[in-house]
Design a protein around this ligand. Structure first.
Ligand code: AMP
Ligand code: ZN
Length: 492
């Protein structure tokens, strides 16, 4: 029997601002769409956090036995510098500044994104569509919305008519904004804009002669608005209504609000049943962002090449650090927090490495079923990974007790214990077992052995051997220091 039949998952739905029982549209299947990166620069660790939250969610759905279609797009056109449909296209601007073809920019940063995902052990999504690959679908949606008179054309651009839409629907349903208040509080249009109202947003923009990313359309040569691509790609691959739509909190408004309005206007149904938003990774208390420079890149983390970092960290340690916070909580990045996470990570991995040496007994002194259900309960409660990790550390305690003969498990229980620990740590949390600390522990053991041999040589007055050991270690960068309490060593 699939696990999802016995494990009721509860999800916090940003649309209702409540935790709700998760009931998919089709039993046993989950359709999930997550907004992907705009590929005009390297992803930073903040971006990684949001994608990691949804990787963990994807993994847990799969673990529960659901068949998941996970769609995560690549934004390779249409994302302007400014949310108010102003400024340059981010990719076109980068291409202009670096004298590259826009598609060269897209290729370079898509490759970087994929490398980062591999480094962090992400599962690939089921479909990874691009905005430029779906211009035709976007144009079709615009035509339908125009036919329904919920959009208007001006000088080769098409805008969504938010006020008209709001007469029969609720623009602001997700973000909790009230459009009347918004209108009241915004200054009148300055006459420069073609929009009827500042709240209206572009579905299609006419391309100025210098705009290098351009496509023909019924309204002339132009390019699609950013919000439209996600409506086109999510509904194309997941249906007019689908289970889950995710992204970072900062996308709630206007991006996701506009997606709801477009899809509702296009097909007359609310597109998404559960909206999920991940919270931000901050640095020095401020959101990590590309534009402000307040960010750390994955490459800097792995090389240690950033003033904030005291040393390099494995990607899986950063993964563990992020999963120690709930996906809806703000998480502040710091070297100290990462070092603490690293210590916890190694404690967990050392315990996992000890699993295979455990022996079974005739009886079990641990209530394994209760512990296992606590792990599931944590994940079933809106993917509460910090609570799950606390239960996994309870499991570490059991491992130590089993090692020391202070607890027992039957053969069947021991097998289930190992399977459960492995499933949660590797399949659900997606951690990898890198044994950096292990290696350094082993190396310390070897140096200590040599120190002991040198002590013996000195006791035997074999000065030639004792000097040889000291000198050879020195050439390897290991300094021996003789003190009154014995010999210590340091590594340069
Ligand atoms: P972008 O490429 O800017 O569209 O961002 C890609 C994803 O990263 C979006 O889901 C954003 O919400 C998310 N994101 C951006 N900055 C952060 C941050 N500091 N912490 C967490 N997620 C972020
Ligand atoms: Zn999107």
């Amino acid at each position: 029997m699939e696990l999802y039949k016995s494990q009721q998952l509860i999800i916090y739905n940003s649309l209702s601002n409540k935790k709700e029982d998760f009931v998919p549209l089709t039993e046993g299947y989950v359709g999930m769409y997550v907004c992907g990166p705009t590929v005009y620069s390297n992803v930073h660790l903040g971006n990684v956090r949001t994608f990691l939250s949804f990787d963990m969610i994807f993994r847990y759905f799969k673990h529960l036995g659901y068949k998941v279609r996970y769609v995560r797009n690549i934004t390779d056109a249409g994302h302007l510098e400014n949310d108010a449909d102003a400024g340059e296209d981010r990719i076109a601007k980068k291409a202009r500044l670096e004298e590259l073809e826009p598609m060269e920019v897209v290729q370079q940063y898509t490759v970087d994104f994929h490398n980062v995902l591999n480094e962090f052990n992400f599962l690939p999504p089921s479909i990874e569509p691009t905005a430029t690959g779906h211009i035709v679908e976007q144009i079709e949606i615009i035509k339908t919305i125009l036919d329904k008179r919920l959009a208007y054309e001006v000088n080769g651009s098409v805008y969504f008519d938010v006020l008209k839409y709001n007469e029969s629907e609720h623009y602001g349903i997700l973000s909790g904004r009230n459009i009347e208040d918004a209108i009241h509080n915004t200054r009148a249009l300055d006459g420069q804009s073609e929009k009827k109202n500042p709240q209206d947003f572009a579905l299609w923009k006419r391309a100025q002669p210098e705009h290098i990313m351009r496509w023909p359309s019924p309204w002339g040569v132009g390019f699609p608005g950013w919000h439209l691509e996600c409506t086109a790609m999510s509904t194309k691959y997941l249906g007019d209504q689908f289970d889950i739509h995710g992204g970072g909190m900062d996308l709630k408004f206007p991006h996701h609000e506009c997606e709801i309005a477009q899809a509702q206007a296009n097909k007359g149904v609310t597109p998404v049943r559960y909206w999920m938003h991940g919270n931000m990774l901050t640095l020095n208390g401020k959101k990590m962002a590309k534009s402000t420079g307040n960010n750390i890149l994955p490459g800097e983390l792995i090389s240690g090449n950033n003033d904030i970092l005291s040393k390099p960290f494995a990607a899986t340690v950063a993964r563990f650090f992020m999963l120690q916070a709930h996906y809806r909580s703000i998480l502040d990045f710091s070297n100290d927090a990462l070092e603490a996470a690293e210590r916890g990570y190694f404690r967990l991995m050392n315990a996992v490495n000890a699993l295979n040496n455990l022996r079974s007994s005739d009886t079990s002194s641990i209530d394994l079923a209760a512990w296992k259900q606590q792990c599931y309960d944590a994940m079933n409660d809106d993917f509460n990974t910090p609570i799950l990790i606390a239960h996994l550390f309870e499991g570490v305690k059991y491992i130590n007790q089993l090692k020391e003969g202070k607890a027992t498990l039957t053969e069947a229980d021991l097998k289930e214990f190992k399977e459960t620990i492995n499933a949660f740590i590797f399949d659900v949390l997606g951690l990898e077992n890198v044994s950096v600390q292990d290696t350094s522990d082993k190396l310390s053991g070897v140096v200590e052995m040599l120190v002991k041999m040198r002590d013996d040589a000195r006791a035997n007055k074999d000065w030639a051997l004792s000097d040889k050991i000291r000198d050879e270690l020195q050439t390897l960068g290991i300094q021996l220091k003789d003190g009154k309490d014995g010999t210590t060593f340091s590594v340069n």
